[in-house]
Design a protein around this ligand. Structure first.
Ligand code: SAH
Length: 236
């Protein structure tokens, strides 16, 4: 059961009152859009605060995102984790991408209503945008939550990461111990999984983990493969 009085400020001590206010408004705007479009199965306010907003911000204590970073949220859906991160890191620049245009139009409207100056959106597929000159190897940090299975995720995300930049995968607890199994795929993409960080989602008391993958150098032109292939034939 959720506590109807759940206060974000109790869980996010490093944020200002203004940032907490913005996150509360984000929850309201997301709920409004979720009635019009099917953005998420989570339809109550406490659920959005915990499973979308707090979950997105579990990464904060690890210091993995730096103030001036260029950050990509790939497969942002209704805007998570990208919108919450853009509020938490006002000096970093965020690009939120999704293949579904109507989701991106909702996210764009939320950005406008929140007057977020450090976030922009793009509609497109990872396999195509990952080959665009403007986006390939352009980001200090790429994040993704609930986008694809891990090998597919690596092929989608690593092309966007600058050499020496990193990809941070939002994961459930499963991969916390077993990420080593994917090191070969990371190597094929000129990257290395450097470790995992564990976190606990408040209220739900559920385990989460972040898998951190560093890119060592420019990756082969082979990747990403054509649309649909990374998912149908994941690298192994
Ligand atoms: N990150 C959000 C949404 C997860 S659902 C959250 O955690 O709440 C996965 C999203 O990824 C969907 O919105 C889907 O449209 C998008 N997606 C799936 N495959 C994609 C691809 N190849 N390129 C871009 N977006 C993709």
């Amino acid at each position: 059961m959720y506590n109807a009085d759940m206060k974000l400020s109790n869980h996010l001590p490093s944020l200002t009152a203004e940032q907490i206010h913005q996150l509360d408004r984000l929850a309201d705007l997301f709920l409004e859009w979720n009635q019009k479009l099917n953005l998420s199965s989570i339809r109550n306010r406490e659920g959005v605060l915990v499973k979308h907003i707090l979950d997105s911000l579990l990464i904060l204590p690890f210091g993995l995102i730096k103030p001036k970073d260029r950050v990509l949220d790939l497969g942002t859906g209704g805007g998570f984790p990208g919108l919450a991160l853009a509020i938490a890191y006002p000096e970093a620049n965020f690009t939120l991408v999704d293949a579904t245009a109507k989701k991106i139009s909702a996210v764009q409207d939320i950005i406008r209503q929140l007057n977020l100056k450090n976030a922009r959106t793009l509609t497109g597929r990872a396999e195509e945008l990952g080959r665009s000159r403007q986006l390939r190897e352009h980001f200090d940090v790429v994040v993704a939550r609930a986008l694809a299975g891990f090998p597919t995720l690596l092929e989608y995300c690593m092309p966007f990461v600058k050499p020496r930049g990193k990809f941070i995968a939002y994961q459930g607890p499963e991969l916390a111990e077993s990420w080593m199994e994917h090191q070969k795929v990371a190597q094929e993409l000129d990257s290395r999984i450097v470790g995992s960080k564990k976190a606990i989602l408040p209220v739900e008391n559920a385990y989460r983990c972040f898998i951190v993958v560093e890119k060592s150098k420019t990756i082969s032109e082979k990747y990403p493969r054509r649309t649909g292939i990374p998912k149908k034939e994941p690298l192994a």
